[in-house]
Each structure stands twice: as C-alpha cells, then as structure tokens.
Ligand binder design. Structure first.
Ligand code: AMP
Ligand code: MG
Length: 325
C-alpha cells in the first residue's frame, strides 16, 4: 500500500470526498492540523481505532485525543464544567485539549479513551474542523508518526514515516503551530497542566484569572499516561543546555546566541534568529529531523527560554533527550 497524497489547496472537494470515504470504511487518514499532522480515525469505531494503534505501534494504554468540529458538538460527547467551557470558548478552535468526563451515551469507544471515564477533547482549526463537521463523528487523532518518534509538521514527514502503511495523506502545507496541543484538566475550579503545548500557560491564566498548576509528583504519570517516557526521539543522541558545540555534533540554537566551537559543528540551526518562541515552536520538529539527517552522532541544543511557548519546546526537548528503552 502506498498512500495517495492529495494537496488540499489544489482540490479541497476531492480531499474531503476521499477522506470521508476512507474514514467511513474504518481506516485512518493523515490530516493537517494547526499543531502537527494527525492520524485521524472514527472515534466511535473500534476497528478504526485499532488501526491507529497498529499503524503507529502505539501502546494501547495511551489514550487518544478526540477532535470535534465545534463546542456544540463537543458538548454532545463530554460534560463541561463552567471553567472548561470558558477555556473552550476562548481557545477553540485551537491548540488546547480539555480532559472532561465522557458522557455514558457518547459512543466514543473505550479504545480511544483507554478505558478511562474521561476523554481528551479539542477543536482544531481549518480543514480538520470542516472534515469533522461533514463526517459528523469525532475523530480520534494522535500525531501521524511511528510511536516515540518526532511528530510530523508536513505531509512529506508523514509520507516518509508511514507512507507505505496508509491509504491517504492530506497535504495542507506546514503546520503553523508546530507542537502538540496544551492539555489541561479542570477540577474543583483549579486548572492543572498535564502537557504544555501550543497555548501558553500564561495565555490560559490571562483568560481565566486562575493560576495554572504544574504537574508534580508521581500522580502526573497516571493522569497523563505515556507522557513521561522517551518520546520525540531522533536517531542521534540529544544533549541539552549546550554552551558550546563539540566535534561531530549538530547544533541547534535560538535567537542567534553566540556559542563556542560552532566551527566544529557538522551543521548549525537556529530555531528563531529573532528570538521569537512561537517561531521556534513552529520550526522545532523539522529542525530536529534536519539535524538528525546531517550525519551528526549527537545533537546539541542550547538553552531555550522557559516562558510562553518555550515551556512546550523544553518539554519536547527533554523527552527527545530522555534515556531510551
Ligand atoms: P497525543 O499523543 O498527542 O495524541 O496525546 C495524547 C495524550 O493526551 C495522551 O498521551 C494522554 O497523556 C493525554 N490524554 C488523552 N486522553 C486523556 C484522558 N482521558 N485523561 C488524561 N490524559 C489524556
Ligand atoms: Mg504524538
């Protein structure tokens, strides 16, 4: 099987029609979202969800985010408390996932929620939301990559990794946000950050007027399964907080920082020469892939500021550098 790739901009109607046909037959489709490319399938169809896990080689205890066309549709599948609803109104469509109690009659299959009584929900921007509205069922969609590898921010990345295991890839150009959604859970009027992502904690605090609580202790592991292991791993080793480049390394820096030994590096990349964290997030995964392809045995990454989208960037880098099993 070799995936058919359709450029959405060239033929949006064909993209929609073909995607609806493949989804309706219970197969996954790779689709662009503003965060990264997703591997989307019918969240109510167990065979379709099983194909997502099989295609990615993803552990089944790791629940999938279910994507909705809009807030009204989301309310049919999950129970919103007032604060979660306020966050949804402020940030949807966009890169925010809310963990909410799933409705008993929702039809979302337990394979998508990994058997939990909650569901992770978000409303994506653009073509993905249109597709879901036409399909009129939620789409479970993790990132469209082999489990544990770097997430794809272009259709070409998806094709390289999964092209021979998929029927259809929709090409919507480069993903503008570049990192996955922020995941939060509201309980007792508190907002807990389960995964930093494309919406900064500061933005959530500005909208809600409530401090965002960071995960602490082992409960975070249970709450957001699959979040702490090695992930986003390039082939090369990753060395963080580099203050200099060593021989045989590819160097990734930020904001034009001056670093010693750059002439020893095999390749040098700057996530954002102007020091813009949103731009750095957009470029992160593609830059990791290019650094990996440079032939370096190790990728050295200079310190990235930890505020705003820097929190999501540092989270992904820490997992790219984590020991692998
Ligand atoms: P992704 O790999 O981007 O699809 O992200 C899915 C992540 O969302 C999972 O690894 C979980 O950490 C989190 N998630 C999804 N659903 C739930 C849920 N019901 N409860 C807690 N975390 C969830
Ligand atoms: Mg992923």
């Amino acid at each position: 099987m070799t995936a058919h790739i359709i450029d959405i901009a060239l033929d949006p109607e064909a993209a929609l029609a073909e995607a609806l046909a493949v989804l309706g037959e219970g197969y996954p489709v790779a689709i662009p979202t503003e965060t990264v490319y997703g591997l989307a399938a019918d969240a109510t169809n167990p065979a379709a969800i099983t194909r997502i896990y099989e295609t990615k080689g993803r552990p089944r205890f790791n629940p999938l985010i279910c994507h909705m066309a809009n807030l009204a549709m989301a309310e049919r599948y999950a129970q919103f408390d007032p604060l979660s609803r306020r966050l949804a109104q402020a940030f949807w469509p966009g890169p925010l996932t809310l963990i909410l109690p799933v409705r008993d009659d929702s039809g979302i299959h337990g394979l998508a929620t990994a058997g939990l009584d909650t569901v992770g929900i978000r409303v994506p921007k653009g073509f993905a939301a249109l597709l879901i509205a036409r399909f009129d069922r939620p789409l479970a969609a993790p990132s469209a990559n082999t489990s544990g590898k770097i997430s794809p921010t272009s259709a070409a990345h998806v094709a390289e990794d999964l092209g021979d295991r998929l029927r259809l890839i929709l090409d919507g150009g480069d993903a503008p946000v570049g990192v996955e959604s922020t995941i939060v859970r509201v309980d007792d009027g508190r907002i807990r950050l389960l995964r930093p992502g494309g919406v900064s904690a500061e933005a959530i605090e500005a909208v809600s007027g409530i401090a965002v609580l960071r995960p602490d202790g082992p409960s975070a592991t249970i709450e957001a399964p699959g979040m702490l292991a090695s992930h986003y791993a390039p082939g090369a080793a990753v060395r963080l907080n580099a203050t200099e480049a060593q021989a045989d390394e590819a160097l990734i820096r930020f904001g034009g920082q001056p670093l010693a030994g750059v002439d020893q590096a095999i390749a040098i990349f700057d996530l954002s020469p102007s020091g813009d964290l949103a731009e750095a997030a957009t470029n992160l995964f593609a830059t990791l892939k290019r650094a990996d392809a440079s032939g370096a045995t190790r990728i050295a990454v200079a310190a990235i500021p930890d505020h705003g989208l820097g929190e999501a960037i540092n989270d992904r880098l820490a997992r790219a550098a984590a020991p692998r099993d």
